[in-house]
Unconditional design. Sequence first.
Length: 70
Amino acid sequence: MGVKIAKAMGHKVMVISSSKKKEALAKEKGADFFVTSIDLLFPDKMKALKERCDIILNTISAKHEAMTYM
């Protein structure tokens, strides 16, 4: 729902998921970019994403380290 709301407000949306399987659903909902959290472990991929997010809407229900995405 967050993706749809952000798109309706005119924002570009990046979805970060632990599963590549969710990419099609994210794009269907309006995501402009999709990244797996595993990609964030690689410095070259992280560098390419640097400064692309102004706001992070965290919808992870499990315990995790949110600062990883900052």
